[in-house]
Design a protein. Structure first.
Length: 128
């Protein structure tokens, strides 16, 4: 098990996501900001290429197309599948900056059965 939001966790989950179907043309750069954690705010990013996470690291990615910001507690609830990410957005618990059209183009990927199964598998290997 790896600690949630650690670089080890990001590396492990990126490898797990390799099993996802290839989705040609589904490309994006996403910056995540998780606020109010025990040690302060945590920033990490994903580089998505053809529906796969090509890169995932702690820190800030200059020029990210989309930035998603949410509280530590809400982010954990989303990760544990206790709060639907779409519902969190509709409730104002997720702030999205940048290219909203790019974010919307990712919804078919994040709503797919394969992605939902991956979320469950990731939850099982995560230490919160």
């Amino acid at each position: 098990m790896s600690k949630w939001l650690s670089q080890e966790w990001l590396d492990e989950t990126r490898k797990m996501a390799e099993s996802q179907p290839v989705r040609p043309g589904v490309n994006a750069t996403l910056q995540y900001v998780v606020t109010g954690g025990e040690g302060g705010d945590i920033s990490y990013y994903w580089v998505i290429q053809d529906g796969h996470i090509a890169d995932s690291k702690l820190g800030t990615l200059e020029g990210a197309e989309v930035t998603l910001t949410m509280s530590y507690a809400d982010s954990m609830r989303v990760q544990k599948n206790e709060l639907d990410a779409n519902a969190a957005f509709m409730q104002g618990k997720v702030k999205i900056g940048g290219d909203m059209a790019k974010m919307m183009s990712l919804l078919p990927l994040t709503n797919s059965p394969e992605y939902k199964q991956l979320q469950k598998e990731i939850d099982e290997i995560t230490e919160y």
